[in-house]
Design a binder for this molecule. Structure first.
Ligand SMILES: [Zn+2]
Length: 121
């Protein structure tokens, strides 16, 4: 992926991160300090989010997405962004525009969903 696109998705992810954290922070001002602090210890932030005093529904709604977004921002830094984590192919850019924190290409996503459903049954 070229730099221009990377920047684009980085902005998009950061915006979404701010959106989610400001929603969460409406209820928990102490988390605000964590998020506005440097993102350097990301695992701390994730565990603070997951173990904090958020109510369950909020957690369910935002927790996983937040984790994926932080993960994606890390991948941008590691120059691994936009690469499917299962087959190492590039993830379609149109797909990333809808879901910038996607981990898998569309094919692997479908396979993943199918295998998850199989386990459930
Ligand atoms: Zn794939």
């Amino acid at each position: 992926m070229d730099k221009k696109n990377l920047k684009f998705f980085e902005n998009m992810l950061q915006k979404r991160l701010e959106e989610i954290t400001s929603n969460i922070n409406l209820r928990n001002t102490s988390l605000m300090e964590l998020y506005t602090a440097n993102l350097k210890d990301q695992s701390d932030i994730v565990s603070a989010t997951l173990q904090g005093e958020l109510d369950f529904l909020m957690l369910q709604k935002y927790g996983l997405e937040l984790k994926d977004i932080i993960h994606s921002l890390q991948k941008i830094k590691d120059k691994a962004y936009g690469i499917c984590e299962m087959c190492d192919d590039e993830i379609d850019i149109q797909r990333l525009k809808i879901k910038p924190h996607a981990k898998y290409c569309i094919r692997c996503r479908e396979l993943h969903e199918k295998s998850k459903n199989r386990i459930k049954k």
